[in-house]
Design a protein around this ligand. Structure first.
Ligand SMILES: [Zn+2]
Length: 105
């Protein structure tokens, strides 16, 4: 079973603001099987803002990785938030090639 066909495995770090969840996610993301997404809540509207810069150095709205991930949502405009979230997680797994995702809430 590959990352494309398997159900995404999500590690969700939740904590109070400024409690270290983001840095903890980046540390976990150093593992070769884990992709750290940052905070995916509200994707793509909250993350792909016009002047926001991606960690790859590109403008977020032009980042090839995130625009490919966002494309998975195109046919799901009327779907529930849960269905859309699962599609984003699956797309992140598919495009990153990593079976685990760490998201921050
Ligand atoms: Zn990028």
């Amino acid at each position: 079973m590959t990352a494309e066909t398997s159900r995404p495995k999500v590690i969700l770090l939740a904590g109070f603001p400024n409690s270290g969840t983001t840095i903890a996610s980046y540390i976990l993301g150093q593992h070769p099987n884990i992709f750290a997404t940052g905070e995916l809540y509200g994707f793509p509207a909250r993350q792909l803002k016009p002047l926001k810069v991606c960690s790859c150095g590109a403008l977020a709205v032009a980042c090839p990785f995130w625009t490919d991930v966002a494309a998975a949502l195109m046919p799901l405009a009327d779907a529930s938030a849960a269905v859309r979230a699962q599609a984003v997680y699956a797309s992140v797994c598919r495009h990153s090639g990593r079976p685990f995702i760490v998201d921050v809430a």
